[in-house]
Ligand binder design. Structure first.
Ligand SMILES: Cc1cc2nc3c(=O)[nH]c(=O)nc-3n(C[C@H](O)[C@H](O)[C@H](O)COP(=O)(O)OP(=O)(O)OC[C@H]3O[C@@H](n4cnc5c(N)ncnc54)[C@H](O)[C@@H]3O)c2cc1C
Length: 388
């Protein structure tokens, strides 16, 4: 039986960011990443819209994204390998949040918090929002917030960048499924895949939307469920070089530019559901998303839906926030889960933090202790309202 110091289950951004940070920070043990989906067809990281924003409503999330943005701004240098430098198509075109009358006081409160933490965000009058996006209809808009350092990037390139660098630093990857986590009186004792058994005292649950399922394989409860969300790629009647910021309507429907006159659109619909099923449903766009889009941007009345996909949010239904840290009931079982649709923009920070906790038993760079899974039993929820 092979002995491994750290086994990471899941080869999405959380798994590879943790592996990278462990090794980049000097961990000298062995690191093995297990991934059952070599092509990452269902991996949420490859199916994300790619947005990142510092405009959150809780300090813990604002700090997470601020750290992660600084990593993304330097990603190609940080992840350089002998094969070259990754290009993550970083576009800092800003996030423009539109607020209606009722939500406007909440946005102003969030703005104060964001500014206090150093976010370069502005409060805009409706007409100022329209200067940024002249195509907007301002019906029902009381104000807006805009942060030019927010934006979007290529999620798959981020995943590949972390993976390549972590492998160069010594991480190994095995394309197998973790089927059981074995325990003894001290805690984690080993991990079983379909073909192998590893002796280890440290297992990281980086299984994304499947994290609850993996926890059950260790005999534990974890409030993470798969929540299907859909993305729509549309040809918009705009010049091929028109680049929008990420625009977030009062309803939560949001869009950003893609190259060649395309826009990528997201938003909740009534067909979103708790399921592992990745069926993509065109009618939800036509019936629920398009009318909202066309009301906010009348020009989009004539856009053409070209394609799209469905992916799974790693949803924490209790307080919609990440769950990071040691599992309180099983020593050696670490969690980096429940990002509830914000994992791409928090992955660099979360991986750094978890690596520090594993190596040194404490957070040294960005404190994540409020996100500990122990918060549920202690009744210390960290509720994030600014979720899309
Ligand atoms: C439609 C959509 C849009 C999104 N847009 C954004 C966005 O704009 N910005 C943002 O920040 N976030 C966004 N997200 C959220 C983001 O994609 C996730 O929070 C993040 O990718 C989670 O990363 P992860 O590594 O935890 O999970 P994943 O990327 O899903 O990786 C988990 C991996 O674990 C593997 N796995 C699971 N169980 C096992 C097992 N037992 N054995 C072996 N392997 C296993 C899976 O195959 C998978 O590859 C979006 C998500 C979706 C679905």
């Amino acid at each position: 039986m092979e002995t491994v110091d750290v086994v990471i289950v899941g080869g999405g951004i959380m798994g590879w960011s943790t592996a990278y940070n462990l090794l980049a920070d000097g961990f000298d043990g062995s690191v093995l990443v297990l991934e059952r989906d070599p092509l990452r067809r269902a991996t949420s990281t490859s199916l994300a819209v790619g947005g990142f924003r510092q405009q959150f409503g809780t300090e813990i999330n604002i700090r997470a994204v601020r750290y992660s943005v600084s990593v993304y701004e330097n990603f190609s240098e940080l992840m350089e390998t002998p094969e070259g430098r990754p290009d993550i198509s970083l576009r800092q075109r800003g996030y423009l949040f539109l607020a209606g009358e009722k939500a406007w006081p909440v946005f102003q409160r969030r703005y104060e918090l964001q500014r206090r933490l150093g976010v370069e965000v502005s409060l805009l009058k409706p007409a100022e929002a329209q200067e940024l996006v002249p195509e907007l209809d301002l019906e029902g808009i009381a104000g807006a917030t805009f942060c030019p350092r927010d934006g979007y990037l290529d999620p798959y390139a981020v995943l590949q960048g972390f993976e390549a660098k972590a492998r160069q630093l010594g991480a190994r990857c095995l394309y197998e499924e973790a089927v059981a986590i074995e325990r003894d009186a001290r805690g984690v004792r080993g991990l079983r895949t379909s073909t192998s058994v590893f002796a280890t005292r440290t297992v990281v649950n980086a299984a994304g939307a499947w994290a609850g399922e993996l926890a059950r394989r260790a005999g534990l409860d974890l409030p993470v469920r798969p929540w299907r969300r859909q993305v729509y790629v549309c040809r918009a009647p705009v010049a091929p070089d028109r680049e929008f910021p990420m625009v977030v309507d009062t309803t939560g429907v949001h869009f950003r530019s893609e190259t060649g006159g395309l826009i990528v659109v997201g938003g909740a619909t009534s067909t979103d559901a708790e399921t592992f099923d990745l069926i993509w449903d065109r009618s939800a766009f036509v019936e629920e998303i398009w009318p909202v889009l066309a009301a906010r941007v009348p020009l989009f009345d004539t856009l053409r839906l070209e394609n799209g996909w469905a992916g799974l949010y790693d949803e924490n239904p209790i307080d919609h926030n990440a769950i990071v840290g040691r599992h309180p009931e099983l020593p050696g079982f670490y969690l980096i889960n429940g990002f509830s649709g914000h994992g791409l923009m928090q992955g660099p920070c979360a991986g750094k933090a978890l690596a520090e906790l594993i190596m040194w038993g404490e957070y040294r760079t960005v404190d994540r202790s409020p996100l500990s899974p122990a918060r549920f039993a202690a009744g210390k929820l960290v509720v994030e309202e600014a979720v899309l």
